[in-house]
Each structure stands twice: as structure tokens, then as C-alpha cells.
Design a protein around this ligand. Structure first.
Ligand code: SF4
Ligand code: SF4
Length: 93
């Protein structure tokens, strides 16, 4: 496999991994009283991050509290186990 084919495969695998997310927003605090300030609810009831491409790092919650946004793998590794999240439980990690 040449470099281009390899990187295309990685890109495809990453997109497939990202597509597993059901956009429930739970990992961003959607079901709490103080969700991330970057989280918005869409017309179809799902959630979206307004800064997804640059999300990792210090962020603020709706009430102004500071926290660090990390990828879902780290969230799960630290003990989170959201019932409807396909990355948790028996899902891919
Ligand atoms: S909890 Fe899982 S399914 Fe829900 S938004 Fe977060 S990563 Fe996506
Ligand atoms: S910055 Fe992080 S915690 Fe906030 S909405 Fe985006 S992904 Fe979720």
C-alpha cells in the first residue's frame, strides 16, 4: 500500500469511527444543568459542538466554569460509561 492509499484508509477509518456518535450530547453535559457553552441543540433534537475542529483544551461551561475538553476515548478511560453511547460498554474503544 502506498502512502496516499494508507492515509486515505486512515481517513476512512476515522470518519467511520466518528459516524458512530449519535450526537446525544451526554458527554458534553447535555443532560446536566451546566453543559459546555459550545454545545448547541439542533432542530432534530441532536447536539453539535460549535468548535469541533479545535475543541480539545480548556473550555467553559454555560455558567462560566472551566474544564478541559478531551476526546471520547480519554473520557471513557477515566471511568465514564454512558448507557446509549456506542463507544462505551461493548462498543469500539
Ligand atoms: S456520549 Fe457518545 S454518542 Fe453521545 S455525543 Fe458523546 S460520544 Fe457521541
Ligand atoms: S468543546 Fe468539547 S465538551 Fe464542549 S461541546 Fe465541544 S466537544 Fe463537547
Amino acid at each position: 500500500m502506498d502512502d496516499l492509499a494508507y492515509f486515505k484508509k486512515l481517513e476512512y477509518q476515522n470518519e467511520a469511527y466518528e459516524a458512530l456518535c449519535n450526537r446525544c450530547g451526554v458527554c458534553c453535559g447535555a443532560t446536566t444543568s451546566d453543559p459546555c457553552a459550545n454545545l448547541t441543540k439542533r432542530a432534530d433534537g441532536t447536539y453539535a459542538c460549535g468548535i469541533y475542529g479545535t475543541r480539545h483544551g480548556i473550555q467553559t461551561s454555560a455558567s462560566g466554569g472551566m474544564f478541559v475538553c478531551v476526546n471520547i476515548r480519554e473520557v471513557i478511560s477515566s471511568g465514564a460509561d454512558y448507557p446509549d453511547c456506542p463507544y462505551c460498554g461493548n462498543g469500539p474503544r
